[in-house]
Design a protein around this ligand. Structure first.
Ligand code: GDP
Length: 485
């Protein structure tokens, strides 16, 4: 296949920028990236965001909607023909009709939402109405964690991977891989089946790290967890190796692994950053901080490390690969703790404080400067209502909802139909103690029940049948508000 070998990354980006500008002459567009690690809530967030805009949801903190200036919101064909479309209609059917959570993000997808609005100022209203195309780009956060790999050789990648695998609670689950790798001879002649076995065992360990018991976050290579359409290709069939020779013997296992690692970087990581990440204007990163907090200090520290790596991607100057590649610099970055409906609102401020502190520490690690960063606790879909119960004369705040079929509370197994009230537990109020490490486990919510999506007919206070949420409108205002004035 012919390739444009003579054009460097920068030149390609410049061509794209001109094309984008020309296409945007009549209605400007804004590319909004939505990311987060798997199960953070990307699919639910995008579906709820679009549904609320299409169906006139309650959005008091989103100025253009609140002030009655939003004339219309419509879905239009997206500009990038080579990217799958976000399956909005199917996700809405699941959420609204079936009251089931939609299928989660597995790869990149895109949706164009066009907003027509009246200008906020009198002068602006003399001209025609404004139109803004919002191109929403949904992609796995795991893929962002690959950025640091670009600066690493195969030997460095291997060394870091073994160091991490031998650490803390990873050591036990990495044991099968570590034992297998220990017997591997990097100088032995390459053997496809053996390479596959090593790679599969390494991937199994990475998957295990994501399970509920550990909830670890930093696990590159990202495509090992979220392969997208590259599953099974040689560029995804490698693993770190110990005891490497300084120079790989030609035709050896080490030479094969080195080549595949290089292919992973050039065929998978670089094009992803060049074609998608560097074209974004705004970014929201969703984090399931509660899940990490429920698991323990190691998961919280790991989340912090992952956030640091993710933030590096959006801070021009912090990575040599990305410097100069940005065609449209990200100027706003929102880091949002999701699923706030699992907490009583009395605890939301503490949740936000925890995330703000996590981000502050992660930003220190990431270095660089750039985008304006804000943090927020939200629920894209509010599956619970609030109430209180009296216990021994005390008023206890509770949340009420329909636990998913199979959820268990105090030995009661739920059928997916019955409602119940849950005391969600308290968030820590002493952050210094919390980030000390040891306090994490004792002071965080313990009742983490998964609820079914709400019954819209019964959701309180909604005039139209739009999905109830918590602070989705505040997120929208930060991400889009200034472009709709
Ligand atoms: P993705 O992997 O980032 O696309 O994650 P999803 O959007 O599929 O969300 C994963 C799961 O988290 C869902 O199946 C829900 O169980 C839960 N979830 C996500 N967002 C919310 C929310 O706003 N409220 C509640 N209660 N649960 C949510």
């Amino acid at each position: 296949m012919p390739r444009l070998v003579s054009l460097g990354d920068e030149a390609l980006i410049a061509v794209d920028t001109i094309a984008d500008r020309t296409a945007g002459l009549f209605a400007p567009n804004i590319r909004l990236g939505v990311t987060g690690l798997s199960r953070a809530g990307k699919t639910v967030f995008i579906t709820a965001l679009v549904h609320n805009l299409l169906h006139g949801g309650r959005l008091p903190l989103f100025d253009v909607a609140h002030s009655g200036r939003l004339v219309s919101a419509t879905l239009e064909p997206q500009p990038d023909d080579g990217v799958p479309r976000f399956a909005y209609e199917k996700h809405v059917r699941d959420l609204v009709k079936e009251r089931l959570w939609p299928e989660s993000t597995r790869a990149i997808s895109q949706l164009r939402l066009t907003l027509e609005y009246e200008s906020a100022n009198t002068l602006g209203r003399l001209f025609s109405r404004g139109r803004l195309h919002v191109d929403i780009v949904d992609y796995p956060g795991e893929w962002l964690l690959d950025l640091p790999l670009l600066g690493k050789s195969y030997a460095e990648f291997s060394q870091d991977a073994f160091e991490l695998a031998g650490n803390g609670s990873r050591a036990a689950i990495a044991a099968p891989f570590l034992a297998l790798a220990d017997k591997a001879d990097p100088d032995a002649p390459l053997d496809e089946e053996y390479a596959e076995l090593l790679s599969d065992t390494y991937k199994a360990y990475l998957h295990e790290c994501r399970n509920d018991g550990l909830s670890l976050s930093t696990l590159p290579p990202g495509r090992f967890l979220m392969p997208g359409d590259m599953d099974g290709s040689p560029a995804l069939t490698f693993s770190p190796l110990p005891k490497l020779s300084n120079r790989a013997v030609s035709g050896s296992l080490q030479a094969m692994m080195e080549r595949r690692f290089a292919s992973y970087k050039s065929l998978v990581v670089k094009p992803f950053f060049r074609n998608h990440i560097t074209r974004l204007d705004r970014q929201i990163v969703l984090v399931d901080a509660m899940r990490a907090m429920n698991t323990g200090p190691e998961a919280v520290r790991d989340l912090e490390r992952a956030l640091g790596d993710i933030m590096t991607c959006f801070r021009p100057g912090a990575s040599s690969f990305l410097t100069g590649l940005w065609q449209r610099r990200i100027d706003r970055l929102l880091i949002a703790a999701t699923k706030a409906d699992h907490l009583h609102h009395e605890d939301h401020a503490r949740m936000e404080a925890v995330v703000a502190r996590l981000v502050e520490r992660a930003a220190e690690r990431a270095g660089g400067a750039g985008a304006r960063v804000e943090t927020l606790a939200l629920a894209a879909v509010r599956a619970t209502r609030e109430g209180s119960v009296r216990e021994n004369g005390d008023r206890l705040p509770v949340i009420m909802g329909t636990p998913l079929a199979g959820e268990e509370i105090d030995d009661r197994v739920f059928d997916g139909e019955a409602e119940t009230a849950v005391f969600p537990g308290d968030m820590p109020d002493d952050l210094d103690k919390f980030f000390d490490g040891e306090a994490v486990r004792q002071s965080t919510p313990t009742r983490f029940v998964r609820f079914r999506p709400p019954d819209l007919e019964r959701a309180a206070g909604t005039a139209s049948l739009s999905l109830p949420h918590i602070r989705l409108d505040k997120a929208l205002q930060f991400l889009l508000g200034d472009r709709l004035t």
